[in-house]
Design a protein around this ligand. Structure first.
Ligand code: FEO
Length: 401
């Protein structure tokens, strides 16, 4: 069954939706599924942009064949070699043996690593600024290393002014009928998942995303076709602004995310009290998470959104609570910067989690760790309210600064 979608007179979406997947990259929960986007541009020559995950080769090929309707496929442009997009390359080459595969030299090497077909027989490597004419449509290849792998490029089409952006500008979440971002409540409903996708998948590579944004600034982009989620044809400056903030590690909101690791509820109580005190000081959009209940990817996304971060942990095995330790490791791995961070520790006989958290956080770049210490011994007492007030004051002052 051909389930392709027409985007413009010449451009078609031939991707697939995956709602069976539980964990993207076997790590990130995707309750709304994910889409693997692929596009076909029909001209004097026909070009396919990337393929699909191995589990969906069959419906993807049906879409592709449905659009081509017996025409030959002249080019396969491989912007990214991660298997959620490249896994069906061998099937495309087998079905269209005349096809020329265009990709970077690094992608060519990866293709030989992933596949056993004769890559050299069909490959043509491209570099920055190389062009390809399909007839009315002209393609220019733009290198985008580490957005999200080293072999990545994006492709700009100059006639319709389309950017085929690889992983950039995508999101978690399957496409539910509405193919275009302007057909859904993107800013209200979808932004959270777009942020969680960006920060967790590409967040570590801010400087490389900045480099791509600089190149994009020199292009007249009327449409963005990413490898996941919706196609953009309106409000592109808004999306670029979000990417500008995320990739430069600038907070979107003067707000606070509080993550706590608590076993019997006493550390949770301190986190809740602090959140209330922050709200009383006018802080809006506060987020509070239990690190044992919430996957780190959600907390990382809010840590990128908020200006300040509070980590509250019990002492566990003479160290940090295991799930909090994992969160801190993930925050460091994703290169979070330019944040104000406070720690709260709890310990019934030897509270040391605060010291250990500070040590881990100090290794991260360009963050300010507040001196205000807050230690709970088993449970909070009334006479500690002033100390928690001082912490709330310091945090809200940092937001105003
Ligand atoms: Fe969607 Fe980096 O692959």
């Amino acid at each position: 069954m051909n389930c392709s979608r027409r985007i413009s007179e010449s451009l078609y979406w031939v991707g697939v939706n995956d709602r069976q997947i539980a964990l993207f990259e076997n790590v990130y929960p995707v309750p709304g599924g994910v889409s693997y986007n692929s596009y076909v541009l029909m001209d004097e020559k026909c070009a396919l942009f990337d393929t699909a995950d191995a589990a969906f080769t069959h419906p993807f090929m049906e879409n592709l064949e449905g659009v081509l309707q017996g025409r030959n496929l002249d080019y396969l442009i491989v912007n990214h070699m991660e298997p959620d997009h490249c896994a069906s390359i061998a099937d495309v080459v087998r079905r269209y043996p005349e096809v020329t595969v265009l990709c970077t030299a690094k992608a060519s090497n990866m293709m030989k690593q992933f596949f056993d077909f004769d890559v050299n027989a069909c490959i043509q490597t491209v570099k920055e600024g190389d062009t390809l004419s399909l007839g009315r449509h002209q393609l220019t290849f733009v290198m985008a290393p580490m957005v999200h792998w080293p072999e990545v490029m994006v492709t700009y089409e100059t006639t319709e002014k389309i950017l085929f952006s690889a992983d950039a500008f995508g999101s978690f979440g399957a496409i539910n009928g509405n193919l275009f971002a302007d057909e859904i409540s993107y800013k209200e409903e979808w932004l959270k998942e777009a942020r969680r996708y960006y920060t967790n998948i590409v967040g570590k590579y801010g400087p490389q995303v900045q480099a791509l944004l600089k190149k994009a600034a020199g292009l007249d982009i009327q449409m963005i076709c990413p490898l996941h989620s919706h196609v953009w044809r309106k409000d592109i400056p808004w999306l670029l602004e979000k990417y500008q903030a995320w990739s430069s590690y600038q907070a979107e909101d003067p707000s606070v995310v509080i993550a706590y690791g608590s076993v019997y509820g006493h550390t949770e109580q301190a986190a809740d009290l602090l959140a209330a005190k922050l709200a009383e000081r006018g802080v809006k959009g506060i987020a509070v998470y239990d690190v044992s209940k919430t996957h780190p990817s959600y907390i990382i996304a809010d840590a990128f959104r908020c200006q300040a971060l509070v980590l509250a942990s019990i002492t566990y095995n003479n160290g940090i609570f295991c799930n909090m330790e994992n969160l801190i490791h993930q925050l460091a791995a994703h290169n979070l910067q330019n944040r104000t961070i406070a720690v709260i520790e709890n310990g019934s006989w030897a509270p040391v989690s605060g010291k250990h958290m500070r040590e881990c956080l100090s290794a991260m770049k360009n963050n300010t760790i507040l001196d205000e210490a807050f230690t709970i011994r088993s449970s909070m007492k009334e006479d500690q309210a002033a100390s928690l007030d001082a912490l709330a004051d310091a945090l809200s002052a940092s937001l105003k600064a």
